[in-house]
Ligand binder design. Structure first.
Ligand SMILES: Nc1ncnc2c1ncn2[C@@H]1O[C@H](COP(=O)(O)OP(=O)(O)O)[C@@H](O)[C@H]1O
Ligand SMILES: [Mg+2]
Length: 230
């Protein structure tokens, strides 16, 4: 269980998050929705240790991980795939995958790469190519696969559909669905509410740094889609 309680994040005088609380059960799935500037990325960054919150707490299982550095959070089984994919362009697809594997034993790496290629088959014939030459969709698949190399119990993903054609965004979503079905918890940040609603059990809508609406996706679907249609 990941539990965020009363979280505050500020950048100088800008208050990006105010009193945000949410949780994800083991193996659960939550979408964080909301317009640009709502605080979605700040929430992921505070959870994964890339920024220190100014108040509140983040607990992960039995551990209080509030303000814990990012590399330690990864080792505890919580991975964050950042906005904009962030693959290392000059390195090959294979090398990028290896970079995600530092907490997997050497023995496990080949098997894990194979699992990733089964999850995202279009990466297989691209293995030796510099990642910067991949399409946007392939880069997103690689970024997710790299995050999964460490075999996390929760993967947090920031706007995976951004800039992708609908069919490609759908391929990415299908990959995430398989990851979730295999038991990994998913924390999905999206501006594309309709896409996110096809994957997740629960929704949190952020507005100006605060939770505006939260609850089961099936109860909120109509309301959320209507508000996004405006
Ligand atoms: N590094 C930063 N420095 C200053 N302000 C920031 C920084 N990152 C985000 N912000 C501000 O914090 C607020 C929330 O941003 P962000 O978390 O990126 O929202 P979202 O991901 O929902 O678009 C916005 O007002 C944004 O301008
Ligand atoms: Mg963002």
């Amino acid at each position: 269980m990941l539990r965020v309680t009363d979280l505050n994040v500020s950048y100088g005088k800008i208050r990006a998050l105010r009193g945000v609380s949410m949780s994800i059960p083991d193996g659960g799935s939550v979408a964080v929705l909301g317009p640009n500037g709502a605080g979605k990325t700040s929430l992921l960054r505070a959870i994964s240790g890339q920024i220190k919150p100014t108040g509140g707490s983040v607990t992960w299982g039995e551990d209080d991980i509030t303000g814990r550095p990012a590399y330690k959070v990864v080792r505890s089984g919580l991975v964050h795939v950042p906005e904009g994919r962030d693959v290392i362009a000059p390195l090959s697809v294979y090398e990028n995958l290896l970079m995600g594997a530092y907490s997997v034993g050497r023995q496990g790496v080949a098997d894990r790469v194979e699992e990733m290629l089964e999850l995202f088959p279009s990466l297989r014939r691209r293995l030796k190519i510099a990642s910067g030459r991949l399409s946007g969709g392939e880069q997103q698949m690689l970024a997710i696969a790299r995050g999964l190399m460490s075999n996390p119990r929760l993967i947090a993903i920031d706007e995976p559909s951004m800039g992708l054609a609908p069919t490609v965004a759908n391929d990415v979503l299908n990959g995430l669905r398989k990851v979730h079905a295999a038991g990994t918890a998913v924390l999905l940040v999206e501006q594309n509410a309709a896409l996110a609603l096809r994957l997740v059990q629960d929704i949190v809508v952020l507005s100006r740094g605060e939770v505006a609406v939260a609850g089961p996706a099936k109860d909120l679907e109509a309301e959320v889609l209507a508000s996004y249609a405006n």
